[in-house]
Design a binder for this molecule. Structure first.
Ligand code: NAG
Ligand code: NAG
Ligand code: NAG
Length: 360
């Protein structure tokens, strides 16, 4: 071992250490702190954190120009770590449920982490909503891109996957682009943005008087653990029919707990975005349109929310928000008749959401 005698050797090694430990040259590799980021266009602004790539707030003017925050969430970033609601998060590697926390792919059985009874929900115990993402690109007047490198075996899923989520802001428009590339093994991928919307204001009570139109005439019914039975049924004559705009509360009490079901979006799946849902709120005049390239949308009326203390000490309860999680079908990995979620190395998963907001 060579004893260091000269301080001229010592100085450069210290500066190298400084670079490695504190002053990262490559922002995307080293940025592991949890921070907030903001995109702004006029009176429309959206904030995010790199923890779970969560959308933490969305400020929208009402018909008189008054701004309200229309998404549920927390004031403290630490609260997102303990959160079991998935408020505003990007969920994955496989959003929604995997029945029995296992699936077969190319003859091999994969066991994923069961975090919802015997099933896997939203990627498992520590899914993409519970990891720190890096920031690849950030322009406050235009977009932010978060990146996460998912590793082989993470929560039981096969292969490394590079995941990127870009949020883009325009005049009254929010675009979300989710991309994922498997590096070395085929794997299921199904990402979703788990925002809880309340267009009157996040702290205004329930969403039962919101009107919704869902451009989908079929659903995938589920068993009592919310795993699809594999059937595809028509919504005609059921409380699930929202082909024409209707108040969410108009028939919700005919259902056991509220809405928590995957709708099959009408029309052929292709490269084009399809209009999926229109939500309106009469008191504020706010309207939200959602378009996507995904085959399905989980409509969830926060049936399981129970006295969650959120932003400004607001208390969020049952029906406090509505979720429109565009995605592939639940438990697709165990249903051959559902559109596949398997993505191979060399292929890219692409999920686009487009929100258009107005107030009249
Ligand atoms: C923002 O809102 C205020 C009222 O709160 C309104 O006077 C103003 O015109 C709005 N600005 C834009 C760019 O929409
Ligand atoms: C999160 O949970 C841990 C352990 O249960 C607790 O110590 C901590 O105070 C909680 N943090 C917040 C912000 O609720
Ligand atoms: C997969 O990720 C691990 C670490 O997470 C890394 O060591 C390995 O080189 C990666 N393999 C490929 C093929 O990217």
């Amino acid at each position: 071992m060579v004893k260091k005698t000269s301080s001229s050797l010592h100085v450069p090694s210290v500066s190298v250490l400084m670079v490695l430990l504190c002053c990262c040259v490559d922002y995307s590799l080293c940025e592991k702190k949890i921070k907030t980021y903001k995109l702004t266009r006029g009176n429309f602004s959206v904030t995010f954190t790199n923890y779970g790539a969560v959308m933490t707030s969305l400020l929208l003017p009402d018909r008189h120009g008054k701004q309200d925050d229309v998404v549920l969430g927390f004031d403290s970033l630490d609260s997102y770590k303990n959160d079991t609601t998935y408020f505003g998060a990007i969920v994955g590697r496989v959003a929604n449920r995997i029945g029995g926390a296992q699936f077969k792919l190319n003859g091999q059985l994969y066991k994923t982490s069961p975090n919802d009874g015997y099933n896997t929900l939203h990627g498992g115990t520590k899914g993409f909503s519970d990891v720190i993402w890096s920031v690849q690109s950030y322009v406050p007047t235009s977009h932010i891109t978060f990146k996460y490198d998912s590793f082989d075996g993470e929560e039981g899923f096969p292969g490394n996957v590079t995941v990127k989520v870009t949020y883009m802001i325009g005049k009254n428009i929010l675009g979300v682009k989710m991309e994922a590339k498997p590096l070395n093994k085929p794997t299921p991928i199904n990402l979703a943005l788990h925002t809880y919307w309340n267009l009157r204001s996040h702290n205004s009570g329930d969403i039962l008087s919101h009107k919704i139109q869902l451009l989908a005439d079929k659903i995938t019914p589920v068993d009592d653990t919310l795993i699809p039975t594999g059937e595809i049924t028509s919504i005609a004559g059921t409380p699930y029919d929202f082909l024409e705009p209707r108040e969410i509360g108009s028939r919700i009490h005919e259902l056991p707990g509220g809405y928590d079901i995957n709708y099959i979006i009408d029309g052929p799946i292709g490269k084009h975005l399809r209009k999926t849902a229109v939500v309106t709120e009469d008191v504020t005049g706010r309207k939200m349109e959602l378009w996507t390239n995904q085959p399905g949308v989980q409509f969830y009326t926060s049936n399981m929310l129970k006295r969650v203390v959120g932003k400004g000490k607001a208390v969020y309860g049952k029906y406090g928000g509505l979720c429109l999680e565009t995605q592939g079908f639940p438990d697709s990995v165990n249903h051959k008749n559902f559109p596949t979620q398997i993505v191979n190395p060399g292929e890219t998963y692409l999920h686009v959401m487009l929100f258009r907001f107005t107030a009249h």
